[in-house]
Design a protein around this ligand. Structure first.
Ligand SMILES: [Zn+2]
Length: 192
């Protein structure tokens, strides 16, 4: 599956919208991503999972871990394709942690999987939680990298498709300067 095919799947399911958007951060962007809309179709999630797994075939991955909630569906599919175990991390008092009795064996070869990487923050925190638990974190992967390749997660990283998407303050937004109303994704209403 090449990057164009991945993006097509996102477009077809409304998971990738192009236009003029106000993100929850208040910043404006020409692209809006909602991975859950493509991952609601198990056969698509499975295909993305297989494509990510192909990049790590032969790497001896024993454990796949994802930050909750966004990474869980795709991480599970990657683990299935690699014949690996799957766990997730979640926040406990702000700290990304392995809970629910999940454990890691010493030097267990682990791969961290996310749906989309923007700054890489939750991926990096999951890498740190696994390392602290004793895992050998081999790499990190996502379906989409929207950092244009710049996100640093402290281990080697791959993505099925890379987007360079700028999010800007409304005061310097080109579309706003043209007088185009910004849309708040998730609602059909125009942002103020
Ligand atoms: Zn704008």
């Amino acid at each position: 599956m090449n990057a164009e095919e991945v993006i097509d799947q996102f477009r077809q399911t409304g998971a990738l919208l192009e236009g003029h958007f106000q993100l929850t951060s208040g910043l404006h962007s020409t692209v809006y991503l909602q991975c859950a809309l493509v991952l609601q179709f198990p056969e698509k999630a499975e295909a993305f999972g297989r494509a990510i797994a192909e990049q790590y075939r032969g790497a001896g991955i024993q454990l796949v871990a994802s930050p909750a909630i966004g990474g869980i569906v795709i991480g599970h599919e990657v683990a299935r394709a690699l014949g690996a175990r799957f766990v997730w991390t979640e926040r406990d008092s702000g700290q990304m942690t392995l809970r629910r009795g999940f454990t890691v064996s010493p030097d267990e070869k682990a791969l961290v999987v996310e749906d989309v990487i923007t700054t890489g923050g939750s991926t990096r925190e999951t890498v740190d939680a696994l390392k602290a638990a004793g895992a050998d974190v081999v790499g990190a992967a996502s379906i989409i990298d929207r950092s244009g390749g710049s996100a640093d997660v402290s281990v080697p990283r791959t993505a099925l498709a890379t987007l360079k998407v700028l999010s800007v303050d409304p005061t310097v937004c080109d579309a706003c300067k043209l007088g185009e109303p910004a849309v708040k994704p998730g609602s059909r209403k125009t942002a103020k």
